[in-house]
Design a protein around this ligand. Structure first.
Ligand SMILES: O=C(O)c1ccccc1N[C@@H]1O[C@H](COP(=O)(O)O)[C@@H](O)[C@H]1O
Length: 224
């Protein structure tokens, strides 16, 4: 089955349009000043309006305070909040209660024990996002274009809803899907020509690679 596909870090109408034309189910906007993908909420709102209703609008924040979240929500009207910082379960619950929006909580993963950190969020976060640990010295908690060892997810409860992210690209997405069976994938750097610059050809190639991988997927457990 084709996974949900989130293209993250969009900043131009061309990139937003192409992502959705090619079948992105989610488009992500980054609100984090240190990121080359950072976008002002008013521009993100204009871009979101181009595809509203055709793809879920995801606002990515990192330990954002209430004022920043209020501004983003007012101007962007996201469908989902992605929390990519150290937001506590209590913070997730409070934001969900106040805003009425679902929250996808990101975790950085290197080894099986890292998965234990999701436990307090089960039943609170609406979906998880598994990303690699940032390289030493990186200013970014995500968007570093690095992968983790997907075999770590073998121990995960199959009922846990998550998106796989971290260093995905046209060359490794088939292996990633084969190894994890992820029902959602998220890519940023892997469809860029330079940090923060989306490459429409790379985006096309990524979608094509997902299609090929989804067609080849074995029908496990089926008699046919
Ligand atoms: O992309 C960023 O700059 C970013 C900044 C702050 C938090 C999250 C960010 N991006 C998220 O990182 C992952 C993986 O990105 P990549 O494909 O490895 O470049 C993805 O979930 C983005 O949403």
């Amino acid at each position: 089955m084709r996974p949900d596909i989130k293209i993250c870090g969009l900043k131009t109408p061309e990139a937003v349009d192409r992502a959705v034309e090619r079948g992105a189910t989610h488009v992500g906007f980054i609100f984090f000043g240190k990121s080359p993908r950072n976008i002002e909420p008013d521009l993100a709102g204009v871009l979101a309006d181009r595809v509203r209703g055709r793809a879920k609008i995801v606002a990515v924040t990192v330990d954002a305070d209430n004022d920043d979240l209020d501004e983003i929500i007012a101007l962007v009207r996201p469908d989902i909040l992605q929390f990519h910082g150290a937001e506590s379960p209590e913070r997730v619950l409070t934001v969900k209660a106040v805003t009425g929006l679902p929250v996808m909580k990101a975790f950085s993963i290197r080894e099986p024990d890292d998965l234990k950190r999701i436990e307090p969020y089960i039943g609170i976060a609406d979906r998880f996002l598994f990303d690699a640990k940032p390289p030493v010295g990186s200013d970014l908690p995500g968007g570093n274009g690095v992968s983790f060892d997907w075999r770590v997810l073998r121990t995960l409860d199959p009922n846990v809803e998550y998106m796989l992210s971290g260093g995905l690209n046209r060359d490794n997405i088939a292996d990633a899907l084969r190894e994890t069976g992820a029902r959602g994938i998220d890519v940023s750097s892997g469809v860029e020509s330079a940090p923060g610059v989306k490459d429409l050809d790379k985006m096309d190639e990524f979608f094509a690679a997902v299609e090929r991988a989804s067609v080849r997927e074995p029908v496990s457990g089926s008699a046919q």
